[in-house]
Design a protein around this ligand. Structure first.
Ligand code: ACM
Length: 703
């Protein structure tokens, strides 16, 4: 992954599929078409395509009942049962009747027109209508997939009111903007056990994602049991792999949640683990061993030998049987060509076949692999690198390089999926991903036909710096904001609204068993080496891990697969909620410095940070994991001191102000450097305070 940064592309909306049936127009309703600024306070994420709010609410009490009145099948039944169990969890109403009626009346009537496909299709109808009156709710959809989405919307609508749990009177017409809305999880670089995958599937269902792209093989591990080539798991996985039984269980679990599972077996590069097991298919003599480092490595399949294709035919055949999805991902990224250059037979093959470059040789390889994938009834997907003139048009391109490359694929007749801009491992703020549109911008000049080839997008969770313990905190809750970008109309752009709802969804995800919040204190207690983490948590709450791919560059110890991920940088959240709230308060104060209330809130936060910084110093001796935090906590003390001084002298004119300001700004400059691979996310807001202050303190006000 040599990705150099997210492309921020503001595009425009087109091509939404919206069903227009079943719109109740109740006389007291007022139209709330989705407008960024005027959207009602419903805590839904992703926001539906169309919402009409009414007056009143439907009470949710222990008499709650469900009827399935039209098409009924086991998939829908399980979805309703899961819904009821989430409803119990959300309300604590353990006495809820779990039986499902066939006829109304019921609190929630579910009316589905037809079965969904037995192997979920990539472009099945997922639309639904949900109408809630004060007497009942009616969910209507073409397929069970739409019903599943509608049930999730209903769960998100439940709120505690003064008179009990209730859902507001509302009418929703909803359908996704894009049919392909995915999350890629890399289970190779760090293995992700089944329970990690399953809880993430629960989270995906909650925010209407429908593709788990499972990155199953790479240099650091081949993670699926092969019965035909057992050395793959025996020698290529360190014993950390999914049995075929587990794979089938995960696929069934995902299918129940309206989620397709697309496997990726990365070839011909990223194959060190595979070639550790079967070096005979390599382009260099070997032997190979499972890679422990991060980066791009030389081991590559030999694309010139029939034996390689015979092996791939058998392996792809086995895996195509195991994974029922219609799509099969062959990776294809980051082939460095070094082994090909170093092999005389390969050089000769290129000469004889008029393959001038290694890209041409890889294109030859892809064409042969595509025939194998097609033979097993699958459509091939690969990363940008597979896009070459002779690639069959049926192949789908997943773009990690940017909108331009996605647009190029669409222009050449390929369908495409965007991942550039949605790399979760870059630890960027949700707002930055939210600003990336899936559709290439108008300037790129795609025709309507070409735009239809943009199937959707996937966020990518590459696993160099995540384990089962902290992976949820890298995915969630940011993934919910990205899911909104994939599902909701392009006009949904209001960032404060997104952040407000993201915090609500984050709590909902807690309820589903995602560990983005629960693993945090556990990791902090390990770092502190004791139970009282109050001061460490105060520090951790205001830092963010170093962004982009700077982690490798700024590391004191070279990160590898063998280095534990047990430091503050691993526990800290990608985006500090405290820092964001503090920045909002600071802006409000600067807009209205006479507001004593905001001023005292800001002061209280600064004082808390200052006190935590002082209290942390004795702890730094106690645990080796605390040691690296000493300069950081000193910085926290210094910047909170600067903020307190700025507040104290706000609005005072003073002759020495300029000197004071210069001094404080240099403190802030020093504190804004990455330390222990995290940054203090509160520094920009404190800088604003200092810059706006009259300044000129002679002594720290906080001592
Ligand atoms: C990739 O990031 N190499 C797909």
């Amino acid at each position: 992954m040599n990705y150099s940064g997210p492309a921020i592309i503001l595009g425009y909306f087109s091509g939404q599929k919206m069903r227009t049936v079943f719109l109740f127009v109740l006389p007291f309703l007022f139209i709330m078409q989705l407008q960024a600024q005027t959207h009602p306070q419903l805590d839904l994420m992703p926001l539906p395509a169309q919402v009409e709010m009414g007056n009143g609410e439907l009470q949710i009490n222990p008499a709650f009942s469900v009827a399935i009145t039209a098409h009924d099948d086991a998939l829908l039944r399980r979805a309703v049962e899961r819904f009821l169990s989430h409803l119990r969890g959300k309300t604590g109403m353990t006495a809820l009747d779990m039986s499902v009626a066939k006829l109304p009346p019921a609190t929630l009537v579910v009316e589905v027109e037809q079965p969904s496909e037995s192997v979920q299709g990539a472009e099945e109808d997922e639309s639904y209508s949900l109408t809630v009156t004060s007497a009942e709710a009616h969910l209507h959809s073409r397929t069970a997939l739409g019903a599943m989405h509608g049930l999730q919307t209903f769960l998100q609508l439940i709120e505690a009111t003064p008179s009990g749990f209730a859902v507001p009177v509302v009418s929703i017409e909803d359908a996704p903007r894009f049919p392909w809305r995915g999350l890629m999880i890399d289970a190779s670089r760090h293995f992700m056990p089944v329970d990690v995958i399953e809880r993430n599937l629960d989270g995906m269902e909650a925010v209407k994602l429908n593709v788990l792209h499972w990155h199953l093989s790479d240099d650091q591990g081949f993670r699926v049991e092969s019965k035909k080539f057992p050395k793959l798991q025996e020698l290529g996985s360190d014993g950390l792999y999914y049995t075929q039984k587990q794979i089938r269980e995960v696929i069934a679990f995902a299918h129940d949640r309206g989620i397709r599972v697309v496997p990726e077996f990365d070839i011909p590069g990223h194959t060190t683990a595979l070639l550790t097991a079967y070096p005979e298919f390599a382009s260099a003599p070997g032997p190979f061993k499972i890679e422990r480092n991060w980066g791009v490595f030389n081991p590559t399949l030999d694309p010139t030998r029939d034996a390689t294709y015979k092996f791939l035919d058998a392996l792809i055949g086995e895996m195509a049987g195991l994974f029922p999805d219609h799509y099969f991902h062959i990776g294809g990224d980051e082939v460095n060509g070094k082994e090909w250059n170093g092999n005389a037979n390969i050089r000769e093959f290129k000469r004889v076949h008029h393959l001038a470059t290694n890209d041409d040789l890889q294109a030859y390889f892809n064409e042969r692999v595509e025939r194998i994938v097609t033979k097993y009834g699958k459509t091939m997907i690969g990363w940008d690198e597979i896009l070459r003139p002779n690639l069959p048009k049926s192949a789908v391109i997943q773009s990690w390089r940017g909108a331009q490359s996605l647009a190029e694929a669409a222009k050449q007749g390929h369908r495409g999926i965007l991942s550039a801009g949605f790399y979760l491992d870059l630890v960027l703020p949700a707002s930055q991903h939210y600003a990336v549109d899936v559709m290439p911008p108008p300037a790129v000049g795609l025709t309507d036909e070409e735009q239809k080839r943009i199937l959707g997008a996937e966020a990518c969770m590459w696993a160099e710096y995540v384990t089962a313990e902290n992976v949820d905190s890298r995915i969630w809750p940011r993934m919910a904001a990205i899911a909104e970008r994939f599902w909701s109309p392009q006009s949904v752009q209001d960032i404060p609204s997104m952040y407000r709802r993201l915090e609500v969804v984050s709590r909902q995800l807690d309820g589903l068993g995602l560990t983005h919040n629960t693993s945090y204190p556990i990791m902090l207690r390990r770092i502190a080496g004791e139970d009282d983490i109050s001061n460490l948590r105060t520090l951790a709450d205001v830092v963010e891990p170093t962004k982009g791919y700077t982690r490798m560059k700024t590391a004191a110890v070279k990160p590898t697969a063998l280095v534990p991920l047990n430091r503050l940088v691993d526990a800290a959240r990608p985006e500090s909620v405290t820092a964001r709230h503090f920045a909002e308060m600071t802006d409000a104060f600067l807009a209205n410095p006479a507001d004593a209330n905001i001023k005292s809130n800001i002061e209280a936060m600064l004082k808390q940070w200052h006190a935590a910084a002082l209290a942390l110093s004795p702890l730094e001796e106690k645990s080796f994991l605390m040691k690296e935090l000493a300069p950081l906590s000193q910085s926290l003390g210094a910047v909170s001191d600067a903020g307190l001084q700025a507040l104290q002298h706000f609005g005072e004119a003073s002759a020495s102000a300029q000197e004071w300001k210069t001094q404080q700004l240099s403190v802030l400059d020093a504190a804004s450097q990455t330390q222990a691979q995290v940054t203090l996310a509160i520094v920009p807001a404190i800088r604003k305070l200092v810059e706006a202050s009259g300044g000129a303190a002679t002594a720290s006000p906080s001592k």
